[in-house]
Design a protein around this ligand. Sequence first.
Ligand SMILES: Cc1cc2nc3c(=O)[nH]c(=O)nc-3n(C[C@H](O)[C@H](O)[C@H](O)COP(=O)(O)OP(=O)(O)OC[C@H]3O[C@@H](n4cnc5c(N)ncnc54)[C@H](O)[C@@H]3O)c2cc1C
Length: 436
Amino acid sequence: AAAESADAGGGHDVIVIGAGFAGVAAARELRRNGLRPLILEAQRRIGGRTYTADFAGERVEMGGAWFDEGHPHAWKELLHYGLQRTTDEAPDVAYFPAEQGSRAYTPAEGFGRLAELVAPVFDGSQQYFPRPLDPFAREDLVRPLDRMTLIERIDAMNPTPVDRKWLTGYLGGLSGGDSARGSLTQMAQWWALSDWNFDTFSSGTSSRLVHGTAAFIQAMLEDADADLRLNAPVSRVEDRGSHVRVTTRSGAVFHAPFAVVAVPVNVWNRITFAPGLPAEHRGLAEQTVAVPQAKKLWLHLRTEKGLFYASGAEGDPGIADIVPTQRLTEGHLAFAFSTDPALKVTDRAQIQASLRRWVPDVEVLAVKGHDWGNDPYARGGWTYKRPGQLTGPLRAVQRPVGRLSFATSDIALGWSGWVDGAIESGLRAAGQVLDR
Ligand SMILES: Cc1cc2nc3c(=O)[nH]c(=O)nc-3n(C[C@H](O)[C@H](O)[C@H](O)COP(=O)(O)OP(=O)(O)OC[C@H]3O[C@@H](n4cnc5c(N)ncnc54)[C@H](O)[C@@H]3O)c2cc1C
């Protein structure tokens, strides 16, 4: 009875579970249409897989960060809230794999060659993804391709051993360091969304917000005017036919006519649903959608080489790739990714040793990292669908189930795996509630 009274006087119309961009976008849309949302968020902060932190005197993003004009939902919000953006500095030198170890290139040479290698991977994508925001426009062409992994497509091109390292290092990195796990169609849709063009595709990761994603989502939250309970991990969601009953791990109970489940697919099966979710939802959560291993690190570096970019070969231990962002009074700032389970995001010496395979004099002055695979409320990094997930369960899990709607970038139609997709899915879920 005490627990039941937790929601006394609540009078909420919708319970939104999760305060990432999907959940907050849903809540704001519901509020704009006159409904009263309650947001239950497991952590002590909002933002989910976006998370702005302080490092080396700068604001840095430990998760999602970059988007530009090509991201329709995120861009519309940027204009609406008057958010300022900035572009990262270009590198002075770029390292790519060689037969043994790596080789230094001027960025123009290195990225020029990379562009020539990458483009043919997506041959035909103008036909099979003619309208990239609607991946089903030519489902007849997409369906057979959706069975293919990224590495199967790369190998079908018979690349030289070095070209294969370049391709698996760069595209495999974007797929979470495992091109044998992820689908061709996920990457090909991002390519199509980037105007089928390498410059747009690669520059998608250089434009970010001056005040961070934290300021962005805070602005949306203020508009949502929602009741927000932090530190409230949901453990049970019951659709009782006439209303939804939501219980948190501490035993607090909340009721509302509808709920929006806005947590990552990889944690769906950490919540008990009664009645149980349909087979498509359970299957997708079992398979997982977001990349299982994703560590993002920020590094304060000092080296005579200046700003350096480096991409390793897939499967190399340690840091997989590193991208510089700006010069500091002393040294420069860079971010890096790793999918190596043995890499500790706090181990400065281990990280420095890994970077010295490219730049022997580099010093790591400071490091800050986040291990998304081991984050209990994410259990993975960005979305990267496996073969069959696009043309298989995606549309089914976008539909409401009884009084529940589902929102997360993992099930977006367009920029799935990006903030844009999270907003798209949140707006769709809110629309489903409003339609009832
Ligand atoms: C390392 C990394 C780099 C990325 N880079 C980019 C990028 O450059 N550009 C870009 O646009 N996107 C990028 N992304 C992707 C982008 O961050 C995500 O697509 C987006 O933030 C996902 O939003 P979401 O709302 O779907 O999910 P989330 O952000 O994961 O939000 C879900 C929320 O649900 C909460 N939750 C989970 N379980 C429960 C529970 N039981 N009860 C209550 N709450 C719960 C979580 O704490 C979280 O707050 C990146 C992601 C990562 C991890």
